[in-house]
Design a protein around this ligand. Structure first.
Ligand SMILES: Nc1ncnc2c1ncn2[C@@H]1O[C@H](COP(=O)(O)OP(=O)(O)OP(=O)(O)O)[C@@H](O)[C@H]1O
Ligand SMILES: [Mg+2]
Length: 346
């Protein structure tokens, strides 16, 4: 017991939101110490050996702009780990960055994982974090972490619905008494929205837009409901017929049309989850509403559209991008909560 509390004092315990789009790190006693894209740039040697040349923000700038020998990759895709080795590098990078000096003891690390990942993937995350220097690794399901981060009363015997719209997945979960009563995870999130914009422009204008530009366009002009003044903007890409660079004018109605496919899939999932929730719990949503988190929840008017479709109050988390890592952080500070919601990986 004494050793345990001493260990807590001298180790730099961390929580990590290992997301498809962004990785965030919370250091106990300090707050969020890293918030960067989950991107790694790799240089390939003549014999196929791989050398990491950049991680995070710097690597994201390289996406789609590298010469042949360098690739900028996102090791997590659709909410799952697509490349274990690179994910391990990503974790190592962030753990090292967060635990620089004065760590006498290796850290305890809480990592949030999508609720839909397989046991094999769970093992891989635990192993990566252990190799990357963790003393103990705990896993928390992402929607539970988000619910704690938002401050929902998840330990009470009442229904809480959280919809986390990330880069790779949208997770809808109903939580009561610290556990998931019902959950659905679909591989539709911010990435699919970007892709929908790219496909729309290809089909309508034979125009090729890069991934980063599509994301920027979504953030600036994306809307789930069109109303009021129609906004117009110019985007730069390539004409697919002539092959030469081109500027294209596009308006907010068109972006709304493109986004409606992934957004409808998200709403469909929310509807199905409502239907599958036991009535004693779903009646709680009438007062408490549905809480939205994750970067994708920041699409303009998405809350209003979901309200229109479900007739329930919709609350967007105050800081949708950080709730998951903060929720894990709260569990680091509260051993009882940690015991209730996390799984210790061995
Ligand atoms: N203002 C905004 N409007 C619309 N989308 C946004 C906005 N800001 C960020 N996003 C999108 O949010 C997504 C990233 O969200 P988030 O960081 O929650 O995902 P993640 O946790 O990395 O992914 P996942 O949980 O699926 O593994 C990206 O697709 C990004 O384009
Ligand atoms: Mg996430």
């Amino acid at each position: 017991m004494v050793i345990n509390s001493f260990a807590r004092m001298i180790s730099n315990d961390l929580s990590i939101d290992l997301g498809t789009a962004n990785t965030l790190v919370y250091l106990k006693g300090k707050g969020i110490v890293a918030e960067e894209p989950s991107v790694v740039a790799i240089k390939e040697g003549p014999r196929g050996e791989r050398k990491i040349i950049a991680v995070g923000k710097e690597a994201k700038m390289m996406l789609g702009r590298t010469p042949e020998t360098i690739v900028a990759v996102r090791p997590l895709k659709d909410g799952v780990i697509a490349d274990f080795e690179i994910t391990e590098h990503l974790l190592k990078h962030f753990i090292k960055k967060a635990t620089t000096k004065r760590s006498l003891l290796r850290p305890r690390i809480i990592i949030s994982v999508p609720s839909g990942i397989t046991p094999v993937e769970r093992r891989a995350v635990i192993e990566s974090a252990t190799t990357a220097g963790a003393r103990e690794v705990y896993l928390i399901d992402e929607p539970i972490a988000a619910a704690i981060g938002v401050g929902l009363p998840i330990s009470e015997p009442s229904g809480n619905m959280i919809v986390d719209i990330g880069g790779g997945t949208t997770e809808v979960a109903v939580i009561s008494m610290n556990g998931i009563v019902y959950a659905e995870s679909i591989k539709v999130g911010g990435d699919k929205m970007d892709e929908a914009i790219i496909q729309y422009l290809k089909r309508k204008y034979n125009f090729l837009l890069g991934e980063s530009s599509a994301e920027k366009l979504k953030m600036e002009m994306g809307t789930a409901l069109v109303e009021g003044e129609i906004k117009t903007t110019e985007i730069k890409g390539r004409d697919l017929v002539s092959g030469i660079p081109k500027t294209q004018t596009i308006n907010s109605i068109e972006i709304n049309e493109a986004l409606s496919i992934p957004i409808d899939m998200i709403i469909e999932t929310i509807r199905r989850s409502l239907e599958n929730t036991p009535p004693e719990l779903s009646s709680d949503f009438l007062d408490k509403g549905i809480v939205l988190s994750g970067g994708g929840s920041m699409i303009k008017n998405l809350d209003r559209l979901i309200k229109k479709e479900t007739n329930l109050p919709i609350i967007v988390a105050e800081n949708p991008l950080t709730v998951v890592v903060l929720g894990c952080g709260r569990a680091l500070d509260d051993p009882d909560l940690l015991k209730q919601v996390a799984v210790l990986g061995r």
